[in-house]
Design a protein around this ligand. Sequence first.
Ligand code: SF4
Length: 327
Amino acid sequence: MKLIVPDYYNDFCCIADRCKHSCCIGWEIDIDNETLERYRNIGGDFGVRLQDGIETDICGAHFRLGAQERCPFLNREGLCDIILTLGEAYLSQICTDHPRFCSFYSDRTEIGLGLCCEEATRIILFKETETKFSVLDDDGEEEIPTEEEKAFFAQRERLFTLAQDRRKTISERMNDLQREIGLVFPNRSFAEWVDIFLSLECMDDAWKTLLLESRKKSVYDVSSDIPEIIWGQLLVYFLYRHVSDPERDIGGSVLFAILGVYMIRNLFSYLCCREKANKKEELIEICRLYSSEIEYSEENTEQLILFLEKSSQKNERKDDFRYERND
Ligand code: SF4
């Protein structure tokens, strides 16, 4: 069994107290049974504090969030008291893994870094060279991929190549992806897409406000100071993360990857028109919001993929996908 990672994987290190949107705020943090058992065996004052900071319900154990939905072990300096007192080995699995995600196949597990973490986003977007995937670990067992998986990996490889063809613009690359899967991205204006996103479950008011405000604007300047390389990085990220089920037709997931770039690019353009801000940081924040609201909600992701599957057309006319610039 092999562990596959993108080549930026080892560059990640949590920035802890320098993080503007800590994952220790606003999320329910589960505690796996093994860690729970270890916490129950901690004595002294910290053991008492641990017990006080944990609650259990039918879904299992998790940390009892405090004011502003903060993890009770996130201290005022923005550091984790469990790490400071017991060491990193005492983190629950979810805390150790975040912001990593996994896709499982017969012969490999693929791991990536998720955009909902601002530091992961920084690394993914601003990497200048093409993303490559390599073996991080191999236990030496020769697992055999199924025929279905072999065909899936071959097609996904072609998608990565098309998405990273830097001789072409991002629009041309997204057209190439549609030709590869034989589907045309649904023809909707940006305002119509915003309405679809507004109909989904929303967790953070900042996301809703961004959608509503951007919808009012009628002209978008998608050409900006942000180089095309960055949109390509984003596209490869979405493909790696979401084109991950060999048993499912990949069309909807590829269109979902295109939709992610389309939405983030347009929302970013809106913010650039609106104010003179640090563009890099604005872009990171939009990616983080998009990821938290869409990718980290299975329901929202599935609804969008189903919508894309239902409303895309067969690419018989080889139509090109174009950005909608107005309502
Ligand atoms: S969101 Fe990322 S950088 Fe911020 S605290 Fe969590 S893992 Fe660290």
